[in-house]
Write a protein that binds this ligand. Structure first.
Ligand SMILES: *Cc1c(COP(=O)(O)O)cnc(C)c1O
Length: 360
């Protein structure tokens, strides 16, 4: 039996190789590699796609968060509320600014921030909330917006969802090769309706300068490459089709009866299914069975951020975020990408069902 990987990025871009070569060739002919015409065009196209006024290409999704926090004036003495059930970069960006990440609990079903728990953690030092659209599922923006604190969307996993990039502040994206919209290296984006904020982060990404003559801010060197932007323009045209395929594959797991063996992610129209994340008390047994059959699986955030060594100084102990810790214990993701075949999904389902015959 052929192995089934957790994600097959190559399967997604292989049919596009002629257009990819053409895009690269265009950059070679143009001879501009930093902040050239492809970055400018991609920024316009991404803003139009997201339905926002402006977008700014940066070096990666982590920098996108750092630059937005910097532009909002977040620094030492400030607090930013975010989930602990997310990729490390979400909180790292806050700490990088010298501010304090404050971890709020997530909802057990959506795995996204629980607005009620966020509300009790707001203090007069709270400068922002970072809402992560975890695994491609939109966070509850409407509820979070009512808390009276600026909401930044960490949308690294959710490009392609129609229900994101809605907050009044800014959204950040990563184009790391496994994300829904990806490039062939590192890349990131900030999107916003606030033209002033866009202008500010545009300066920050280039050493705090508008014109390379006057340096007005202590900034960063954090730009999206011209080559990556050229590829992103090709892939952005495919994104809706890819997300539709992801959603179709997610639906197929349910149709094939996987829900009898583990808890499936509850569907929602705006879910972009960056990953297909299930839950089961038999997780480790299921994963061992998958591995034995050459089928990829993964556990994301098995050590939630409040228990990470670098953030231990914040003083959260084990037991301080019970829902987060439970999710860390029982979640696992199974193969999903745009174009995964029915036969492959059938094999995954039969192995999971054999390993955990009855959902508990
Ligand atoms: C991938 C990711 C990031 C970081 O993006 P990079 O481009 O790797 O810096 C930040 N937040 C979340 C939720 C992510 O999934």
């Amino acid at each position: 039996m052929r192995p089934i990987p957790l994600v097959d990025v190559k399967a997604q871009y292989e049919p596009l190789l002629p257009r990819i070569r053409e895009a690269i060739e265009g950059v070679l002919v143009g001879g501009e590699f930093i902040l050239g015409p492809n970055v400018a065009a991609f920024e316009r196209e991404a803003a139009a796609y997201l339905g926002v006024r402006a977008s700014v290409g940066v070096a990666n999704g982590t920098d996108a968060l750092v630059l937005v926090l910097d532009a909002l004036g977040v620094g030492v003495g400030d607090e930013v509320i975010c989930p602990a059930f997310t990729f490390y970069a979400t909180a790292e960006a806050v700490a990088r600014r010298g501010a304090t990440p404050v971890f709020a609990e997530v909802d057990a079903t959506t795995m996204n921030l629980d607005p009620e728990d966020v509300s009790v953690r707001i203090t007069d030092r709270t400068k922002a909330v970072i809402a992560v659209h975890l695994f491609g599922r939109p966070a509850p923006l409407a509820e979070l917006d009512q808390l009276g604190v600026p909401v930044i969307e960490d949308a690294a996993q959710a490009f392609g969802s129609p229900d994101i990039a809605r907050s009044g502040v800014a959204s950040t994206f990563s184009f790391y090769p496994t994300k829904n919209l990806f490039c062939m290296g590192d890349g990131g984006l900030i999107s916003t309706d606030d033209e002033e904020l866009a202008e500010h982060v545009r300066r920050l990404r280039f050493h705090g300068s508008r014109d390379k003559v006057d340096f007005e801010l202590i900034g960063y060197n954090s730009r999206l490459d011209e080559l990556q932007a050229a590829l992103l323009r090709v892939f952005l045209e495919e994104l809706d089709g890819w997300v539709a395929q992801r959603r179709e594959a997610a639906g197929r797991y349910a149709e094939l009866g996987l829900g009898s063996a583990c808890e499936l992610p509850e569907d929602e129209a705006g879910h972009a299914y960056h990953l297909f994340v299930c839950r089961s008390p038999e997780r480790d047994r299921i994963r061992a069975a998958l591995k034995a059959e050459g089928i990829g699986s993964a556990v994301y955030y098995s050590t939630p951020l409040h228990l990470q060594p670098a953030l231990a100084g914040l003083g959260y102990g084990r037991g301080s975020l019970p829902v987060t810790e439970q999710l860390a214990q029982d979640n696992f993701s199974i193969p999903l990408w745009a174009g995964i075949g029915t036969a492959e999904q059938e094999r995954v389902v039969s192995v999971v069902q054999a390993a955990a015959p009855v959902a508990s």
